[in-house]
Structures are given as C-alpha cells and as structure tokens.
Design a protein around this ligand. Structure first.
Ligand SMILES: [Zn+2]
Length: 110
C-alpha cells in the first residue's frame, strides 16, 4: 500500500467528510461511480470512500473482505459504522435487509 504518510492522507481525507459524533458521516468528495458510494482519490489511486475510511482508521483491509455498512447508508464513511465481511456475508446482509432487490431493478431499467 503506497498511501504515503498517514497524516497527509488523513488530512486530505477529512476535508471531504462532514463529521458528526455518533451519526453517519456524509462524504462530499468526488462524484461516485456507483450511486451512493463516494470515491476518494489519493496519489492517482481511486478508492471507495468507505474503504479509504477503514484503511485510515483501522488499517489494511484483508484480501477478499469487503467493508460493509452497519447503518445501511452507502455514502456514510464513519469508521464506527463499518465492519469487515466476506462477499458472501455482505450479500447475506443485503438480503436480510432487503437491499438486494433495489440494485437489480435499477440495472434492468438502464
Ligand atoms: Zn453510518
């Protein structure tokens, strides 16, 4: 991971965050590729904003794990609202919360 000095990354990152103590943090960085998910650009690399948040506050994301939202808000980057899960767990989580139906409908309409 060549993110450079952590301080610099964190400073760059926090410019795009509206922090609220225990609430969701809204990402106001670059326009998202996928609706709802913010992007963070640093040294030419583009990372999803919530993944960048995890890296900043907790460290490296193990391979094959994804960063999921406890709060169900894809644009939230509050590290306290994030957890690591496998792709399978993430899919199960979405099914449990009834979120899996929405993206499929959106894709068909396009
Ligand atoms: Zn949240």
């Amino acid at each position: 991971m060549s993110y450079g000095p952590k301080q610099t990354l964190q400073e760059g990152y926090e410019k795009f965050v509206i922090k609220k103590e225990n609430d969701c943090w809204d990402w106001k960085g670059c326009a998202p590729i996928n609706p709802g998910y913010g992007q963070f650009r640093h040294e030419g690399k583009i990372t999803r904003a919530h993944r960048a948040s995890w890296i900043l506050y907790f460290g490296i994301i193990p391979e094959k794990l994804c960063v999921c939202h406890k709060c169900d808000n894809p644009s939230c980057v509050n590290p306290n609202h994030l957890f690591l899960g496998t792709l399978k767990e993430n899919a199960q989580d979405m099914v449990k919360k009834g979120r899996h139906i929405i993206p499929i409908i959106k894709r068909i309409k396009k």
